[in-house]
Write a protein that binds this ligand. Structure first.
Ligand SMILES: Nc1ncnc2c1ncn2[C@@H]1O[C@H](COP(=O)(O)OP(=O)(O)OP(=O)(O)O)[C@@H](O)[C@H]1O
Ligand SMILES: [Mg+2]
Length: 388
């Protein structure tokens, strides 16, 4: 993410020094020599982050905190204090300063502080961006990280080609969300998306669920029933937790996929379909292959395109955007108007390991919003495991 940093300092040398460093790190820099110029830049919404000197020719820097406190998404303000002026710094932090740095500025501290501020800015941008969107956008957040971007690109290709896709990833990483996104991205978007959770269905009824049955096929089969393969005709069949499918059923499924045809249980007619298959698993299929619990031929048939979603701990940079998405959803759903998250709360989220991945993050945000009566989610609103 690119950010524009407003440097407010009356000393030209100091401004230049900071500007050179920040430009070198890839930031845009604008500057103000006094409070009046700073106010004007803020009014024009030119700054994402503000670096603010305390003593300025036309006033006291920290007054800007109070003055701008009503701005809904005020840029994070980093104060530059004289050495030893701790009382003032503490007071400023209470008034909502993002951070303070002592003179002479250490560039590594400055860089760290700006990076943290950027997370807040990124989260807000996502929130704003979503607010501005009218249509019901894809619920799958693409994210900013190269891994997630590549993933979505591959998903897009698979969608357009109607290819079979095997989606793998730990629990809560978004396998089902991605499957639905593939549906929306491809030529079958207006056709059905039929999901079946192979782990939730008894293996004895899996076959009749998938292929349907004829009247009289077994006791209790009073009328013909269409299976999900038929329901999904010209659309998509999503086989969730495919690893739970019994091996004999796997053989029947493979045949049906390859021939795009099958027979109902108790039936003789061959029924032709055109179904795109998506499958998901959070178990390690290669291990199951070796142990003989998953058929190799089916495995390779399913993974024409292979999408492995990384655990959230491996793409934590996407947390701010995800938080923005969930805040927006919950605002609508729960009738709230939360517009921000505090620096320390965001820090705590960034430090967590997320064993439950994106689902866990969604739940943490929902809980925080239930406990939050202000416009800003803060550390105490997060569950006990996030408390220092
Ligand atoms: N990329 C994403 N963008 C937005 N929300 C997401 C994303 N990925 C996951 N989620 C959220 O996380 C929840 C869990 O996702 P999903 O049910 O797809 O996980 P899963 O990988 O199928 O997990 P499991 O293996 O436990 O079935 C979703 O309901 C959604 O709220
Ligand atoms: Mg799932």
């Amino acid at each position: 993410m690119s950010a524009t940093i407003l440097v407010v300092d009356d000393e030209e040398n100091a401004r230049k020094h900071i500007r050179d460093f920040l430009n070198g790190e890839g930031y845009e820099v604008i500057s103000a020599a006094n409070l009046e110029e700073a106010r004007s830049q803020i009014r024009q919404d030119n700054a994402d982050i503000i670096l603010l000197d305390v003593q300025l020719p036309d006033g006291y820097g920290p007054d800007l905190l109070e003055e701008t406190s009503h701005i809904e998404a005020r840029p994070p303000i980093i104060l530059i204090t004289a050495h030893g002026d701790i009382d003032m710094a503490v007071e400023a932090m209470k008034n909502g300063a993002h951070d303070f740095l002592q003179k002479p500025i250490q560039f590594n501290r400055l860089e760290q502080s700006i990076q943290r501020a950027q997370k807040i800015v990124a989260m807000r941008r996502e929130l704003n961006h979503l607010r501005g969107q009218q249509r019901n956008e894809l619920n799958f957040i693409v994210g900013k990280t190269p891994v997630m971007r590549a993933l979505v690109q591959h998903a897009q290709r698979a969608a357009q080609a109607s290819a079979s896709v095997l989606i793998t990833g730990e629990t809560g990483t978004g396998k089902e969300v991605l499957a639905r996104a593939i549906h929306q991205l491809g030529p079958r978007a207006s056709k059905s998306f039929v999901g079946i959770n192979c782990a939730a269905i008894q293996s004895t009824v899996l076959e009749s669920e998938l292929f349907g049955y004829e009247a009289g096929a077994f006791t209790g089969a009073q009328k013909r029933k269409h299976g999900l393969m038929e329901v999904a005709d010209s659309g998509i069949l999503f086989l969730d937790e495919i690893s739970s499918m019994p091996v004999d059923m796997q053989a029947k499924l493979l045949r049906a996929i390859e021939e795009q045809a099958f027979r109902r249980v108790g039936g003789t007619n061959l029924i032709k379909v055109d179904v795109q298959i998506l499958a998901a698993s959070n178990r390690d299929l290669p291990t199951m292959l070796r142990e003989g619990n998953f058929r190799e031929d089916l495995y390779y048939r399913l993974k024409v395109v292979d999408l492995d979603i990384p655990p959230l701990r491996d793409h934590k940079e996407d947390i701010p955007a995800l938080v923005g998405l969930f805040v927006k959803h919950n605002n609508q759903r729960m009738g709230l108007n939360i517009s921000d998250i505090s620096e320390r709360a965001m820090q705590a989220l960034m430090q967590h390991n997320w064993p439950g991945n994106i689902r866990e993050l969604r739940n943490v945000i929902e809980r925080a919003m239930l406990f939050c009566d202000e416009a800003t989610i803060d550390l105490p609103h997060l569950s006990p495991e996030f408390q220092p």
